[in-house]
Ligand binder design. Sequence first.
Ligand code: NAD
Length: 245
Amino acid sequence: MLEDKVAIITGGTRGIGLEIVRLFKKNKAEVVLFGSKKETVDNAIDALKKEGLIVRGYYPNLNNPNEVEQVMKEINDKYGHIDILVNNAGVSSHKKIEDTTYEDFTNIININVNAIFNVSKSVIPYMKKRNSGVILNTSSMVSITGQPSGIGYPTSKTAVNGFTLSLARELAPFNIRVNAVAPGIIDTDMVSNLSKEMIEPLIKTIPLGRIGKTLDIANAFLFLASDMASYITGVILSVDGLARN
Ligand code: NAD
């Protein structure tokens, strides 16, 4: 589904991001993963190699415009084009507001929102030049429902939705599609850190009766990245077993 496409996936070293890397690669894209440090990037590349999947990796500071621009230039010089960006890196929180410091709050906004602005801005010139591109963002079910703790996280993901809707309008004239996937509760490290008391009542509220798998989410990204979604832009696609209550 992605033959001849070059795709960059942030937070591609584990969880949902790693599954997207795997699935895009299996669908014949050239995949470049971004991680937060050399060690995790190297480990992910080695693990994928053992599965017969060859990818490149970088670890720019996603909040540093110069660093990200330099890496984008390197990728564009190597492949000649950049077709797909998946802004997947993210952090969450479950602290109560009285335990959340100003730094805790701004750290979440920095990674979940400001970095998406920075990384997207750096690929747009390459996409505009070819009058073609796809930017996909990772939102969350809690951007719609809110959550009873970790105030910075739903705040950041609601901002991701606003960013997605507006950028879709701004870039539509250049044939660049911008969409988001809003996962529900997905089986990754982010969720395995939560207590049983927190997770079990949540599962009971999901009509499809289970938490999601990383592949459930990667499949949605694959569809939106592919030409099958060529008339879809500005959509926040919920993939959550209808857990929005
Ligand atoms: P995860 O914690 O397993 O992976 C997060 C990824 O983001 C990692 O690869 C990590 O290296 C990267 N990352 C974090 N901070 C970074 C930084 N400062 N710089 C660069 N990279 C950084 O989490 P996941 O569950 O796979 O989450 C992936 C995305 O999906 C996130 O945006 C998350 O908010 C979103 N999401 C997850 C769930 C869920 O239930 N797991 C639900 C809704 C949305």
